[in-house]
Design a protein around this ligand. Structure first.
Ligand code: F6P
Length: 326
């Protein structure tokens, strides 16, 4: 029989995302409100293995709802990918008196969570990643803020692109998913979005840009999702420049700036609702699921489904980029 849950640990893992603090706050305050003892674990699974944890009270999470990053720190833990690490993690939870765990992170974090769950630790996940690449949820915590950061940057790039009559390739993050690229392209009126889910023909792209210039546009912006397989914006710009030297092209890689900053209201609300739902899920006898949001409603998503990467890209949105940037 499962041990009664009295003490719940919370950790953040993987790449940080704006809104993680709001989620920690909601988990801790709801947990305390429901009578649980709450333990913060620092530096993700690394910190769990090293026993880096502390008791959290109502004031431990004061004034953090507006802060980017994570007060619990975060890390990617190689040891946790091994069976020995996972065995040690479960043993450490028992040693520290942690009966159940809330993990806030992306898909790598859920692989670890599933392994702890198999070893008898009740786990609930919260989707914390700017990439929005988890299945079973319409959005992840941090995605909206990152999208807004990209939009702000691209609006500025448009000013200089149009003054110099240039073509800009702007690389955005997304891991292996194109959500940030596609939706930032729509929101900035960019000429094209290059995403890993679709093959890119340089000729077609150049034709699209040419078409724009022929129609008296004087600048163009192409949003390119990072892609180690193809080399991302830098490699694409090189290919385009080689074949079409008439373009005065520049590359901007937005990089980790996309992971920082104060979370938007959308992310704060999402994180608060999901954080509360994580504690409710334990009380609801839910185990080993991620909290998701679908059509505005909180749902429980099995870890296996969350990590399947099968959300799919909406073709209409891609078409929209083209139609609206004529
Ligand atoms: O998963 C979040 C993310 O920012 C991805 O978009 C990106 O590919 C990766 O993390 C970068 O990781 P790191 O911080 O290790 O450079």
């Amino acid at each position: 029989m499962e041990k009664q849950i009295k003490t719940i640990g919370v950790l953040t893992s993987g790449g940080d995302a704006p809104g993680m603090n709001a989620a920690v706050r909601a988990v801790v305050r709801t947990g305390l409100h429901k009578g649980f003892r709450m333990i913060g674990i620092q530096r993700g699974y690394n910190g769990l293995l090293n026993g880096e944890c502390f008791e959290m009270n109502l004031r431990s999470v004061s004034n953090i709802i507006s802060a980017g990053g994570t007060i619990l720190y975060t890390a990617r833990c190689l040891e946790f990918k091994t069976k020995e690490g996972q065995d040690r993690g479960a043993a450490k939870c028992r040693e520290l008196g942690i009966d159940a765990l809330v993990v806030i992170g992306g898909d790598g974090s859920y692989r670890g969570a599933r392994e702890l769950a198999h070893r008898g630790i009740p786990m609930i996940g919260l989707p914390g990643t700017i990439d929005n690449d988890l299945g079973g949820t319409d959005s992840t915590i941090g995605y909206d803020t990152a999208l807004n950061t990209i939009v702000e940057a691209v609006d500025k790039l448009r000013d200089t692109a149009s003054s110099h009559e240039r073509l800009f390739f702007v690389e955005v993050m997304g891991h292996t998913a194109g959500y940030l690229a596609m939706n930032s392209a729509i929101a900035t009126g960019s000429e094209a979005a290059i995403i890993p889910e679709m093959e890119t023909e340089v000729d077609q792209l150049a034709e699209l840009i040419n078409h724009g210039f022929r129609k008296s546009k004087n600048s163009a912006i192409v949003i390119v999702a990072e892609n180690p397989k193809t080399g991302g914006a830098t490699a694409l710009a090189e290919r385009v420049k080689k074949e079409f030297p008439q373009y005065d092209a520049r590359v901007t890689i937005l990089g980790h700036i996309q992971r920082g900053g104060s979370p938007t209201a959308v992310d704060r609300i999402l994180a608060s609702r999901m954080g509360e739902a994580a504690i409710e899920a334990f009380l609801d006898e839910q185990r080993n699921v991620m909290i998701g949001i679908q059509n505005g409603k909180i749902v429980y998503v099995p870890f296996a489904k969350a990590t399947m990467h099968n959300k799919g890209i909406d073709r209409n949105s891609l078409d929209l980029v083209k139609i609206l940037s004529i």
